[in-house]
Design a protein around this ligand. Structure first.
Ligand code: GDP
Length: 198
């Protein structure tokens, strides 16, 4: 990764660049750490805004990564203070994006390891499972999880979502950042939607 830059903050898909560059998208609850992860992957401190106030990202933000692909930050869902109407609008935007982006190669579903089984995450996960969109779970903020709880977390996911690939991650320790990159690289090599990421 040598260069990353902000491309556009879009409120609808018509504003998207009209090119065939692959997309790697991130989805998750507000405050789960998407912005931090974008900065981490891009090795830049301020590419994406890291907010202590959740719920700010109300747009789809595209970042150009090495002029090779777009990293796509989808609006965070489930922020309590967001009005119901806005929340509904968010999910429409997320679903429209996921359903209509032919260049989408991989979705990183980011889940907060401290609150691993929220209804919203489960709904998103189950929705993704019913599509042909390749996705993996990134279990973020693992630094906040005690080793004994990590084991429980592992079991919970094995039971609830057997076979779904999961990468544990922490922005603080840098845990498994390489794994995320290799999932991205492997997704970028796939020819079209529907192919599984190994
Ligand atoms: P976003 O709303 O999903 O974009 O989340 P942000 O990137 O703005 O992060 C929300 C908060 O979580 C910030 O205070 C971050 O510093 C913090 N955060 C993000 N990743 C981690 C992590 O791996 N570990 C810990 N402990 N905090 C994190």
């Amino acid at each position: 990764m040598t260069s990353a830059s902000f491309y556009i903050s879009a409120t609808n898909l018509a504003e998207f660049p009209d090119d065939n560059k692959p997309h790697i998208a991130m989805v998750g609850r507000s405050n789960v750490g998407k912005s931090s992860m974008i900065n981490h992957l891009a090795q830049q401190k301020k590419l994406a805004r890291v907010s202590s106030e959740p719920g700010r990202t109300q747009t789809i933000n595209l970042y150009t990564m090495d002029d090779r692909f777009y990293l796509v930050d989808l609006p965070g869902y489930g922020y309590a203070k967001t009005s119901k109407e806005k929340r509904a609008e968010f999910s429409t935007m997320i679903h429209e994006y996921l359903e209509h982006t032919a260049q989408l190669k991989l979705v990183l579903l980011i889940i907060d390891a401290r609150i691993p089984a929220t209804d919203l995450d489960a709904t998103m996960l189950e929705w993704l499972q019913q599509t042909t969109i390749p996705f993996i779970i990134v279990m973020n903020k693992m630094d906040k999880v005690k080793p004994t709880d990590a084991q429980k977390l592992h079991q919970l996911f094995q039971e609830k979502y057997p076979g779904v690939r999961r990468i544990e991650h922490s922005i603080l320790s840098g845990k498994n950042q390489k794994e995320i990159w290799s999932a991205i690289e492997s997704a970028l090599r796939t020819a079209s939607r529907g192919e599984m990421v190994s």
